[in-house]
Design a protein around this ligand. Structure first.
Ligand SMILES: Cc1ncc(COP(=O)(O)O)c(C=O)c1O
Length: 465
């Protein structure tokens, strides 16, 4: 009988087992809690919050009347500027013909996965969207293991073993995705490692997709280098405006393809996908991007300033966490931290917390600390790891973001800047401290009373709330 069933039938092919992106879900949850008047310390969403640079805002305003579809590959003069920009900053041999502009690098990653045959190789941990994107195009993922003991170091030996394991099972592990500066660990590859990886990839015939979206958000500890410099014939470098210019909502990403025949073929595939899906990246944004990639000294100075502030905020948070005894690799770029709480596994188990997802829920419910579980980045759930983003704290509104920037402009030293102008960071850290003291007390008690005893615990009294 008609009307019994919904007219909508869903395709299980790509969607089965998938949920909306964990980062966007936590962001919506936090916004809802804020709207209900609840306090939350938001470390779940990685969005650079600095104001739009006035020159770029002005360029967008002036070009609001640009209403025609542009070429699917992107504006030719913008691709020229991007090629010069990448050659100057990262020594990548970039040709405008081999550059494609898309609505965010995320869409370009999806198009690349759709274009290329073969299984994906992902270092553990990796950004939340790679694995689901592979799933959407039916691409198998091979995770390269790493461990918290080594700061989640990605090694050629572990890569080789992963490739061998896949090949033994008749797999074709052909695409390696790397990301430096890294989300979630903040770590960066050094030049020696990239040279070695380039040689290995050439030998194994791998395509390397190199996500370098944080390439201009470094902390001054290492210089960002691109594998495209050492393995140009097999690498695709990705970038965009979202992170170093805080323009995530403008949706402009860039892919730089190899300067050879394979690159030309890949471009044809990407242009086809672009023309049949998003058509072209938003016209006024592409016009404004001419300024963003135009080497204007004010804009470049601003990029440096924002990166420095991310460095101050993220390094401070890292230092305070490690002083509390939390193991966490030192970030070198971006605005993320990836600590693990394995040291407190026993008291956590007695609180009913056995996985990183349970830990994230516990911290949100009991301490109003919004984080993401390491498991959504491919880390084993029982590692009890979390990804913390420092980008939102104390920059929750445009006014607060401006206030942080103004305070920085007054020339305060990093310590004063953090202690005086970052009250929410201080509260979030105080809550972490309180949480850990609570776990330590439980651990001590269990030492006296016998391990594994289940305890009834008082609700935490929150410091600095
Ligand atoms: C590692 C990584 N790659 C890509 C993206 C997406 O960037 P875009 O805004 O260019 O789509 C993000 C955003 O969070 C990211 O963290």
């Amino acid at each position: 009988m008609k009307g019994k069933y919904s007219p909508f039938r869903f395709s299980p092919a790509g969607l089965r087992g998938l949920e909306p992106s964990a980062t966007l879900v936590i962001n919506e949850k936090v916004n809802k809690m804020w709207a209900e008047g609840k306090e939350v310390y938001h470390m779940g969403f990685g969005e650079s919050r600095f104001p739009v640079h006035p020159k770029i805002a002005e360029a967008l305003r002036k070009n609001a009347y640009q209403h025609s579809y542009l070429a699917s590959q992107g504006k030719a003069d913008l691709r020229e500027r991007i090629a010069e920009f990448y050659e100057r900053h990262f020594q990548i041999p970039a040709h405008p013909e081999r550059i494609i502009i898309g609505p965010g690098s995320k869409a370009l990653i999806h198009a690349l996965f759709q274009s290329l045959d073969g299984e994906l190789i992902l270092p553990t941990p990796s950004w939340v969207s790679y694995q689901p994107q592979a799933h959407l195009v039916n691409k198998r993922v091979n995770w390269v293991p790493s461990s918290p003991e080594t700061g989640y170091e990605f090694t050629i030996d572990a890569l080789f073993e992963t490739i061998e394991r896949s090949r033994q099972a008749w797999g074709s592990p052909d695409i390696l995705l790397i990301n430096s500066p890294n989300n979630p660990t903040g770590r960066m590859f050094d030049i020696e490692f990239l040279e070695e990886l380039a040689q290995f990839s050439r030998q194994e015939g791998l395509v390397v997709i190199s996500d370098e979206i944080y390439g201009l958000v470094t902390h001054g500890l290492k210089r960002h280098r691109s594998i495209s410099r050492f393995y140009p014939e097999g690498s695709v470098a990705l970038g965009g405006l979202s992170k170093h210019l805080s323009l995530g909502g403008w949706r402009l990403g860039v892919a730089i393809l190899p300067p050879n025949r394979a690159g030309a073929q890949l471009m044809r595939a990407l242009r086809t996908i672009a023309s049949e899906t998003w058509s072209a990246t938003t016209a006024p944004v592409q016009f404004a991007a001419l300024v963003a990639y135009g080497e204007d000294p004010d804009v470049m100075g601003y990029v440096k300033e924002c990166a420095h502030l991310h460095a101050i905020r993220t390094q401070y948070f890292w230092r305070k966490l490690t002083e509390m005894g939390v193991r966490c690799p030192q970030p070198e770029g971006g605005f993320y931290l990836f600590p693990d709480f394995l040291r407190w596994r026993e008291p956590l188990a007695r609180l009913g917390v056995n996985t990183s997802a349970e830990l994230a829920v516990y911290l949100l419910e009991k301490y109003q600390l919004a984080t993401l579980p390491g498991s959504v980045f491919g880390a084993p759930a029982e590692d009890l790891s979390l990804r913390l983003s420092t980008s939102y704290l104390d920059m929750e509104t445009p006014e607060r973001a401006q206030a942080v920037l103004d305070a920085y402009g007054q020339g305060h030293d990093p310590e004063t800047l953090m202690e005086v102008y970052h009250p929410n960071t201080q509260i979030a850290l105080a809550r972490f401290r309180h949480f850990l003291e609570h776990l330590e007390t439980m651990q001590e008690k269990s030492g006296v009373n016998g391990a594994g005893r289940r305890e009834t615990l008082e609700e935490p009294v929150l410091a600095g709330a």
